[in-house]
Design a protein around this ligand. Sequence first.
Ligand code: BGP
Length: 481
Amino acid sequence: MGFRKDFLWGGAVAANQVEGGFNVDGKGLSVADVATYKPNVDVKDYKRNVQVTSENIAEAIADKTTTFYPKRRGINQYYRYKEDIALFKELGFKVYRFSIAWTRIFPTGKEKLPNSKGIAYYKKFIKELKDNGIEPLVTLSHYEMPLELALEYNGWADKRVINLFVKFSKACFESFPDVKYWLTFNEIDSVTRHPFTSAGIIEDKTDNLEETEYQALHNQFVASAMVTKLAHEIIPTSQVGCMLTKLTTYPATPKQGDVLAALNKNLMNYYCADVQSKGEYPKLILAYFKRHNFDIKMTNEELKIIKANPVDFISFSYYMSLLAAEKENGLEMTTGNTVVGGKNPYLKATDWGWTVDPVGLRISLIELYDRYQKPLFIVENGMGAKDIRESDGSIHDSYRIEYFKEHISEMKKAVESGVDLLGYTSWAPIDLVSASTSQMSKRYGFIYVDQDDEGNGTLNRYKKDSFAWYQHVIATNGNEL
Ligand code: BGP
């Protein structure tokens, strides 16, 4: 028994990391457009490093160039999408996950009517995918809300943003009825790790950051449920998923205190998916709010909406696992994906210190399936590395092949043990601008893009060794790795 016959193999990206064209065709500025390239980010203090202040934003708005803001450049997919889709077709993709930039459709988030040029662009884009036999998987919100909403409402901290997001989503469902698979918020739990990029929260505008983060998450749960309902009404065949960062945490030792520390981390990691999938807040989370005196504003009406509209499937990103201990001092720490946790001495790590744990992927799949009893979709998994392009244009990325081989093989074992898995989209099929560091040199693709951290390069695309490897995996439906 292997993967299901209609298994959705593909790749995943986000608009703000690939598109470019940040100020064309009526697009407004998003929170991603003010993210600067920070080559020496101390990831241990990640939250502080990426948290943007009112002052930084004012500087960024005044600066109309792309020089210090790599997410404004992306890899120019806005203009080169036909060439990219042709390469994805060659890879044999069944699905392509991308996000729709809210600011292309509603430049400030507040307009009454959608921007027709933005709609026209995604129509062309989706048609191109469909014409090439590739199913679109659309993320409605992937770290790119309109900057205006961050400035005016402090982002998702304010309930008025809910209806603005519903309006945007409705425009998408009505304009792109051919799209079957939708995700509401990318890595929704990340609001507590990078509140500005994830939810538009500006730290100097809030008195109690943690409380504001949980309020923003609640508002997103309500929006997600309203949008799920709307998707089902407008596109009856649609399937809507939640999306979490799966952070599997093991106890650092069998000491009871460490076991409890790991348990607590895992419960916090699950709670967003619990709300979105089961339609209810876990009682332990409500108790946590109470213990911390967090006054999260939630009405009965909102709780009813959440209860009535759970998601159809659970999607997640998986990059690494971590250790937790009762007393973290004494534990060697590591970082990754904006997360900090204990380093597992039994595992290797990438150049960026992210532990590589393929068995952790199998563990995650089994845990998630057992907990939710809904189909799963792995919508991000991959390895950031510094690739070298040889003088003949070839790129020998055997380490990446190894990484995927190990992960897909564990994924197969999970499927064989009964997990219902809809598909797998690698992060990312083509090199792009890194979400956490805005680096280009942290490369993920099967396709190399000639551009450096400063934005120099031809932007030409080259196939890495992993290209032919993944192509074969797809052609054999994962039977030959
Ligand atoms: C996830 C994000 C992606 C992505 C990926 C890799 O958290 O959803 O947008 O970029 O991580 O992270 P990075 O680009 O920081 O290496």
